[in-house]
Design a protein around this ligand. Structure first.
Ligand SMILES: *[C@@H]1O[C@H](CO)[C@@H](O)[C@H](O)[C@H]1NC(C)=O
Ligand SMILES: *[C@@H]1O[C@H](CO)[C@@H](O)[C@H](O)[C@H]1NC(C)=O
Ligand SMILES: *[C@@H]1O[C@H](CO)[C@@H](O)[C@H](O)[C@H]1NC(C)=O
Ligand SMILES: *[C@@H]1O[C@H](CO)[C@@H](O)[C@H](O)[C@H]1NC(C)=O
Ligand SMILES: *[C@@H]1O[C@H](CO)[C@@H](O)[C@H](O)[C@H]1NC(C)=O
Ligand SMILES: *[C@@H]1O[C@H](CO)[C@@H](O)[C@H](O)[C@H]1NC(C)=O
Length: 355
């Protein structure tokens, strides 16, 4: 059986990066309908109501499981196609926005099926415009690809034996009552400093468009319970001082990033609010300006804590950002479980950083 790398990173950006600050029309969103067949061990997704009703459900093989996400049935600004393939042999529907994964899967027994343009729909390739991640999971035993925007459901699937295959794309969350709900993600503009060409966004972890992994350094993490503040720096002297003088507790390496700008990376800005004792990190210049207007300042000359990828390329994984209004604390972690268990969390933003 063909098994994919758990660090699923293969993304082909088919849109010009300059379009990324344009959001797709939310009035054209449609539900991505989900059904499951226990006899075939297959999750099936379509935006086509007739296909769901007359083909999947009519025979009694599939059971309807509701709306898994909201996405677009036709191309929209900033979106990329999700290709749909089917493996007849193992009854498995497979969805990917990576065009280089398509031939790999075809070699392993999957083929295009009846979906128009071989596409299941259109999603954002990274977190913009209020979009949230669609998690992708794979059970190699039953050969089932499973997609969900519900992080708890994705973790339960991992407990049940599914592999975590990362993020399949970014879409709009459905709400419990079936109305479209924007996620709490704060929209950000993609920085204009990306040098990678769309063709180079494919899976290679070492290509001329990737930063040199040998130059990556740990981003150190500490927490102050007195100030309710998570603090991150690559500077070990500064970290030592924070622990010795300001009563922060060292909590280890949060991630790896670059101390100077490398190919395809963008600055991760660092700001500080003395009043609320809160360190804030973002790649979004709009957010920087909003923070400055709210009383945050740059507290280092460099104004950034290092350089990261703005989306998943070159083997990079997401770092989750959370905000707790209790104690005004911005918290960053690459661990999904930790992001779930953090207290007082009111927001979650995914973006990309080297691991
Ligand atoms: C929807 O599915 C039906 C099959 O049930 C098919 O005849 C029709 O062409 C599909 N529509 C689109 C837009 O793909
Ligand atoms: C199929 O591709 C054409 C040309 O790019 C586009 O106009 C059309 O909207 C697409 N339809 C779907 C369902 O993807
Ligand atoms: C289908 O499954 C059989 C038995 O599991 C295997 O031998 C065969 O190679 C598979 N065919 C394809 C096209 O995957
Ligand atoms: C549906 O739920 C959303 C949030 O979950 C809420 O804002 C909205 O008012 C609800 N709509 C209806 C019709 O109940
Ligand atoms: C590291 O931190 C120390 C103490 O805050 C500071 O004096 C030094 O300039 C910093 N080094 C760099 C490279 O920023
Ligand atoms: C800090 O708080 C004080 C009093 O609450 C307020 O006057 C001041 O403007 C605040 N400063 C900033 C930078 O937010």
């Amino acid at each position: 059986m063909h098994v994919l790398s758990p660090t699923f990173v293969s993304i082909l950006l088919r849109v010009s990066l300059s379009l990324a600050d344009t959001c797709a029309d939310t009035s054209s969103l449609v539900p991505f309908l989900r059904a499951f067949s226990s006899s075939e061990n297959d999750h099936f997704y379509t935006t086509n109501v007739s296909e769901m009703k007359n083909d999947a459900l009519a025979g009694g093989v599939y059971v309807f499981e509701g709306e898994s996400a909201f996405l677009w049935p036709t191309p929209e600004p900033g979106t990329v196609p999700i290709f749909r393939l089917y493996n007849q042999n193992s009854s498995d529907h497979f969805y990917t926005m990576s065009s280089d994964e398509v031939p790999e899967m075809m070699n392993a027994g999957w083929a295009y099926d009846t979906a128009p343009n071989h596409t299941a729909g259109y999603v954002y390739p990274y977190s913009i415009c209020g979009a949230a991640p669609i998690y992708r999971l794979f059970d190699p035993t039953s050969v089932d690809h499973f997609y969900t925007m519900d992080i708890v459901e994705s973790q339960n699937a991992v407990q049940a034996g599914y592999q975590d295959q990362g993020i399949a794309g970014f879409a709009i969350l459905p709400s419990a009552n079936g109305t479209v709900a924007q996620s709490s993600a704060i929209p950000y503009l993609l920085p204009s400093t990306i040098t990678a060409s769309p063709e180079s966004q494919v899976s290679a972890t070492t290509s001329s468009s990737c930063a040199n992994i040998a130059n990556a350094v740990p981003l150190l993490r500490a927490y102050s319970s007195g100030g309710t503040d998570h603090f991150y720096t690559t500077n070990s002297t500064e970290m030592s001082n924070s622990v010795a003088v300001n009563a922060y507790s060292f909590e280890g390496d949060a991630t790896f990033l670059w101390p100077t700008q490398e190919t395809s990376t963008v600055p991760l800005y660092r700001l500080w609010n003395l009043n609320s004792s809160d360190h804030f990190y973002t790649i979004d210049k709009n957010e920087v300006n909003q923070a400055l207007a709210m009383g945050f300042t740059f507290d280092t000359e460099a104004q950034n804590v290092g350089y990261v990828y703005p989306y998943s390329i070159c083997g990079a994984s997401p770092i989750y950002r959370l905000f707790s209004s209790f104690g005004s604390d911005h918290f960053y972690t690459m661990t999904q479980a930790e992001s779930m268990s953090a207290p007082g969390v009111t927001a979650l933003v995914a973006f990309w950083i080297a691991s």
